[in-house]
Design a protein around this ligand. Structure first.
Ligand SMILES: [Mn+2]
Length: 338
């Protein structure tokens, strides 16, 4: 039922030398081919990777390229996000074709914006974040206004955080789960939670939390937060146990959604459902405790109106603690289906 967005780690390619441009191109070409892109579409993705990487090296000297496979059902897409920490990113200049060539085969961000189905940029005093999402040319599906940045501590292949989002018509159900600690046992706990969630993501929240509690019983347990939004009723139900942050952004001021203490799969005293209404135009941001809590999107002019994937990347860039796995999930409640 519905469209399932499943968790996968963000793959990070470091960029501090021109030789890494070719590496990025090859990695993206291969990733696209592995996910069923025809040669021309994979070439398009590779060209975008080349340009984004070249652009970072040209204006920032160093940065990162973040890659994700967008698992939107049977037609996967590729997401590329260039993240750098340079000052004075000159967007109008970069959008001019050929501007960022720097002696490579660069084609300019203007060309990238035409090659990718989704293109967006945020630039501030901390640096620039450039998003490109590519789908297969024959893909008739719409982009999904959900963004995520997920990284394990020390790039461990096992990640103790997980998440899942299911879309069904006007309804959205979102889960973030953080298995206690990090590493393989934490991952096992988180996966048990996700597996239970996926069975019936629109089960009433209290009952659904109970299902996760049961499923995580044989593991070390973890923190869980579930948010269910119904676009027709324009209302959101939230339930959380442990340290998963959740914030509604929009309106006059951000609203933090309250969780109760405890360990799902271990012990918690009670789960309480909180309901929120009139959320059209709001963003829902859910994050594990690998992210600091003191961020405020209002301090970034324009960022709240950017694509959720850009917002997730900026929050990760500026507020990752670096001591734990980290997950930032951003959902545009008004236009989740693009
Ligand atoms: Mn954690």
């Amino acid at each position: 039922m519905g469209l399932n967005l499943a968790a996968s780690l963000t793959q990070v390619l470091r960029l501090d030398d021109v030789s890494q441009v070719g590496h990025a191109r090859r990695v993206v070409q291969k990733l696209a081919e592995q996910h069923g892109f025809a040669t021309a579409d994979a070439g398009r993705a590779a060209l975008v990777a080349t340009e984004l990487a070249s652009n970072v090296l040209k204006h920032a000297q160093r940065g990162e390229l973040h890659l994700r496979v967008l698992a939107h059902g049977s037609q996967p897409g590729i997401e590329l996000i260039a993240v750098d920490r340079a000052h004075g990113f000159d967007l109008p200049s970069c959008l001019v074709d050929g501007y960022s060539t720097g002696g490579t085969q660069g084609i300019g961000l203007g060309a990238v914006s035409r090659l990718a189905q989704v293109f967006d940029v945020h630039a501030d005093a901390q640096g620039a974040v450039v998003l490109a999402r590519l789908y297969r040319q024959d893909d008739q599906g719409k982009d999904v206004r959900v963004g995520v940045s997920q990284h394990s501590l020390h790039d461990d292949p096992a990640c103790g955080d997980s998440w899942h989002v299911t879309l069904d018509g006007q309804r959205v159900s979102a889960l973030v789960v953080d298995g206690l600690g990090h590493g393989e046992e934490a991952e096992r706990a988180a996966r048990a939670g996700v597996d239970a969630f996926v069975q019936a993501p629109f089960t009433p929240p209290q009952q659904l939390l109970g299902e996760l509690h049961h499923a995580m019983g044989g593991t070390r347990g973890g923190a869980v937060a579930i948010a269910q939004y119904d676009g027709e009723r324009d209302s959101l139900a939230f339930i959380g146990i442990g340290n998963i942050g959740a914030t509604l952004v929009g309106g006059d001021r951000p609203r933090g959604l309250a969780s109760h203490p405890g360990i799902v799969g271990g012990q918690y005293r009670k789960g309480q459902v909180f309901d929120y209404a009139h959320l059209k135009g709001h963003l829902l941001v859910m994050f594990s405790d690998g992210l600091q809590t003191r961020w405020n999107l209002q301090t970034y002019p324009g960022l709240a109106h950017r694509h959720p994937a850009v917002i997730a990347a900026v929050l990760h860039r500026d507020f990752c603690r670096g001591r734990d796995d980290v997950t930032v999930l951003v959902i545009d409640l008004e236009a989740v289906h693009g």
